[in-house]
Design a protein around this ligand. Structure first.
Ligand code: NAD
Length: 381
């Protein structure tokens, strides 16, 4: 019998649902010695959290996250709430001896992230940040190809993360559903929300980022508050951000993100160009990896369109037959399976809080450079 691991989740929104689904399915598709138990779900509204708990099969509810953290029957706290709450909950959970799983970005800034990393390390508790895009089979395959030397010496890394949902000046800011537009709740705009994903993937594939120069823009300068109709306040977040980087390995990178790219919904792409080959990925076509191998014979030189569904591909031996694609929700199941395996072996799972802190340092450098107009060296441990 697998060993039960009692989970307490905080937040029932987008990520609360994605994680609940992962807890329910992981043991059906992965052979593990640990079985997550959906012990308690927490949010402030009793009615809403009750409905959520009933729908997903959570055994009990709490309306105060402190009460959840204090419970003796909870082994792991899963943080699925807006960014301004990550630090306080993670530190309290670590001090209570709980395993801590936290949504990305780790925190609103590197100082908060550092305190969180120090807290889980001081408490000696297992921890992970849900940078789930690493667990897309095509991106995991990209990592495998990089590690096999198929890109070779990398010259260029370029990433884009484009959406279009904040273009209307009528869209309010803050409140329950638009906290991403509130600088106090989110910490930053596209930099912490979208580029954090791009940066995590880039560091994983291409190593540390040494320095950055950035520009940001806030296109809509004032918005009504969602919670106080008629009250208009300045917008503090970056609506768009573009930056150049120098990687520690000598390659150069370009990153762009915006929520003002009309027609783009979740356009998250990257390309790497090296002396041996190139790789290219697009989240909206997530089961494919484009690969160019300079070692191919001249008469068949060209980009390969690899359909990442064979059992030889990362994670795919747990799913269906070749040619059957999987989706977004599976990335969370993969992350959870890796985390549980890491618990069982004692080796831990990446990215842990310390690794996710490196992304936070890059975000801080990007925002500082956008303010000063200068190149900024990325801080580190
Ligand atoms: N890994 C990813 O791809 C990904 C995708 C989306 C969001 N996220 C991250 O997940 C986190 C949550 O985002 P979301 O999209 O799920 O947000 P959401 O707005 O859909 O849900 C937020 C939840 O937090 C709850 N909440 C707010 N304050 C609370 C409090 N004081 N106590 C208890 N519950 C509280 C809300 O009731 C709601 O259930 C954010 O940090 C976000 O950056 C990650």
């Amino acid at each position: 019998m697998p060993k039960p691991l009692n989970i307490g989740i905080i937040g029932y929104g987008f990520m609360g649902r994605a994680h609940s689904n992962a807890y329910r399915k992981v043991n059906q598709f992965f052979t593990l010695d640990t079985q997550p138990v959906l012990k308690a779900a927490c949010a402030r509204s009793e009615d809403t959290i009750r409905e959520f708990a009933d729908n997903w099969g959570w055994e009990s509810i709490e309306t105060d996250w402190r009460a959840l953290v204090a419970r003796d029957d909870i082994d792991a706290i899963d943080i699925c709430v807006p960014n301004n709450l990550h630090r306080e909950i993670a530190i309290a959970a670590a001090q209570a001896g709980k395993i801590v799983l936290c949504e990305k970005p780790l925190a609103r800034n590197a100082q908060e992230g550092l305190e969180m990393a120090q807290a889980v390390e001081a408490a000696g508790v297992a921890n992970m940040v849900w940078f789930n895009y690493r667990r897309i089979p095509a991106i995991s395959l990209a990592k495998q190809l990089v590690d096999e030397g198929r890109v070779g010496r990398c010259f260029h890394y370029r990433a884009e993360y484009l959406q279009d949902w904040t273009i209307s000046p009528e869209l309010p800011q803050g409140g329950e559903t638009l906290w991403r537009l509130d600088i106090d709740a989110a910490g930053s705009g596209v930099t912490g929300d979208l580029l954090a994903h791009s940066i995590d993937t880039a560091i994983w594939l291409n190593g540390p980022i040494a320095s950055v120069t950035a520009m940001t823009e806030t296109f809509i300068k004032e918005r009504e508050l969602q919670d106080e109709p008629g009250v208009v306040q300045p917008v503090g977040i970056d609506d768009a951000c573009a930056f150049l980087v120098r990687f520690a390995n000598g390659s150069m990178g370009t990153f762009e993100s915006t929520r003002y790219a009309r027609g783009r919904k979740n356009y998250n792409t990257f390309e790497m160009n090296g002396d041996a080959g190139s790789l290219s990925f697009d989240l909206e076509d997530a089961h494919r990896l484009q690969y160019f191998d300079d070692g191919d014979d001249d008469h068949v030189h060209g980009w390969r369109d690899v359909l990442v569904t064979d059992s030889e591909h990362p994670y795919m031996d747990h799913w269906w037959v070749p040619g059957c694609v999987i989706g977004y929700e599976h990335t969370f199941i993969h992350a959870l399976a890796d985390f549980l395996k890491g618990l069982e072996t004692g080796e831990g799972t990446q990215p842990d809080f310390r690794a996710a802190l490196q992304t936070q340092y890059v975000c801080d450098a990007v925002l500082e450079s956008a303010k000063t107009g200068r190149w900024v060296d990325v801080a580190g441990d």
